[in-house]
Design a binder for this molecule. Structure first.
Ligand code: SF4
Length: 220
């Protein structure tokens, strides 16, 4: 199994990257763009992202849900606990999920419930476009080796159109990063109910376990 080469060092110092990430977080907290444009009744970007510039794995989800907003913590709901258990299956310590993995999302405000079904509303293309510069800046500052794409929308944005059945369990090297598609861990997704899909997830976690060791993803 090939392992990507280490990326060239970022020209910014570690301290400069930390300072810029902190400044970015402050700008996100102040953002009300989707509210001003009428896409959200209330923008509340408090629970979408948390991590360090030294993190080597970045988890990218769709958007924070109400649990995350209430706790001001990404992946704070039941789906987050399932996701954490997947990382433990790949050999990470439970605390690594919040201490060594950068957790973020395509958009940073709770989009509310899906008016036509279960789960949360998918942020519109306009909301995604407004919010994307924040994620791009995080990617540039953190420079993760592994992008774990959680759920259909994150997969679609970074991988392209694909059925989960065909890509969960595979990975791709792209722009110096390893892209790992994962299903959404929340109970709203029934994809994981099928045994054959559980087998695909197990394969994906095998890749993650291999990279954890080879790329020292859980080391400073
Ligand atoms: S979703 Fe992103 S762009 Fe829209 S208001 Fe929230 S932080 Fe700003």
């Amino acid at each position: 199994m090939p392992v990507i080469e280490l990326l060239p060092e970022n020209e910014l110092t570690l301290e400069e990257r930390r300072a810029r990430l902190e400044a970015l977080m402050q700008r996100v907290l102040a953002c009300r763009l989707c509210q001003e444009r009428g896409y959200l009744k209330v923008a509340n970007p408090v629970g979408a992202a948390r991590g360090r510039v030294t993190d080597r794995v970045m988890v990218i989800g769709q958007a924070p849900g109400h649990h995350s907003v209430e706790k001001r913590l990404p992946f704070a709901g039941p789906g987050g606990r399932v996701l954490q258990s997947w990382f433990v299956r790949a050999g990470f310590r439970p605390e690594d999920f919040r201490e060594r993995i950068y957790l973020t999302a395509l958009t940073r405000c709770d989009p509310g419930r899906n008016p036509r079904g279960a789960g949360d509303r998918k942020p519109s293309a306009a909301e995604q476009a407004l919010c994307r510069p924040y994620l791009d800046e995080e990617l540039a500052l953190v420079r993760p080796r592994v992008l774990a794409l959680v759920g259909g929308l994150a997969v679609q944005v970074f991988w392209g159109p694909a059925k989960l059945d065909e890509i969960v369990g595979t990975y791709r090297e792209q722009d110096g990063r390893l892209l790992l598609p994962l299903p959404h861990p929340s109970g709203a997704s029934r994809w994981l109910n099928a045994p054959e899909h559980q087998a695909l997830l197990a394969k994906a976690l095998e890749h993650l376990a291999y990279w954890r060791v080879k790329l020292r993803l859980d080391q400073d």
